[in-house]
Each structure stands twice: as C-alpha cells, then as structure tokens.
Write a protein that binds this ligand. Sequence first.
Ligand SMILES: [Zn+2]
Length: 115
Amino acid sequence: MTERAPEQTLAEQAPSSYECRACGYVYDPTKGDSNRNVPGGTLYKDLPDDWRCPVCSAPKIQFINIGAVNAPSGFQENLTYGLGVNRMTPAQKNLLIFSALGLGFLFFLSLYGLN
Ligand SMILES: [Zn+2]
C-alpha cells in the first residue's frame, strides 16, 4: 500500500499564499483583500496587475509563493478517506488523525524556516 505524505497533498490542493518580500504581509487567497474589494477565493494569479500590497503598496512582482498556509478546516480528515481507515478502530483513527495534524504543523513550521 502506498501512502502519500499529507503535506504533499496539502500543497497540491490548497491554493498558494503569497508573501510580500518588502513587509511580510501574506496574501491569503481564501480571504482575499477586503481593503481593495478582492473577494475571498481570488487566487493570487487572478489579482489585477495593478494590485499592490495593502500594507506597504509594493507591486505584485514583490510577492513570492509561500505555498498553502491555510488548508480548509476538516481537510486533514478528508485525506484519510480511501486509505483503508474504515477498517480501523476509533482509537486507531484518532491516532492517525492526530499524526496527520502533527505532520501538518511541522510542515507549517518548515515554511517559516524557508524565509
Ligand atoms: Zn508589503
């Protein structure tokens, strides 16, 4: 049985956030930018070319892809479907879920380490 690492799946499926290299502001595509009437769910690549950092007004080109930092809630549990968890006891399921959450947390920490 082959298992994919949870952090790989998160990076593949959740939209990427972008960080302003000038001030550290992070554009979260799930939230959008209320200051400039950008609705939640707008991907960074779909932002208008004249969009600027709401904090320091840096142009779009100053932003770097920092990957998915806010996976939708409940996503970790959905991940386990199809991996044979239906045959597991509730205790085993809990262990698996907490392990996945722990891996996800480590992944978030590793993102900060990249900066
Ligand atoms: Zn900025």
